[in-house]
Design a protein around this ligand. Structure first.
Ligand SMILES: [Zn+2]
Ligand SMILES: [Zn+2]
Length: 73
């Protein structure tokens, strides 16, 4: 006869490394920090895909060699 040590009624909590907040759904929360859109730095239009932004840069701003500007904001 076994008695369960803990009932498991404590929800799985996750500590966010980015803001220190304790959240239930880390994936949902991380989307808040890293939303899946790409913003044009020149005219501030928002694109939901990186290649859309790339095409936008080429068509609207004549910038062909758009590279991911990581760390620049
Ligand atoms: Zn967070
Ligand atoms: Zn633009």
């Amino acid at each position: 006869m076994k008695l369960p040590k803990d009932k498991g009624d404590t929800p799985t909590l996750h500590l966010c490394r980015l803001c220190g907040k304790v959240v239930r759904n880390k994936w949902h929360h991380y989307r808040y920090h890293n939303p899946e859109y790409f913003k044009c730095s020149l005219c501030h239009t928002v694109h939901n895909r990186k290649d859309h932004l790339k095409a936008h840069m080429k068509i609207k701003h004549s910038i062909d060699s758009f590279s991911s500007s990581q760390g620049q904001d």
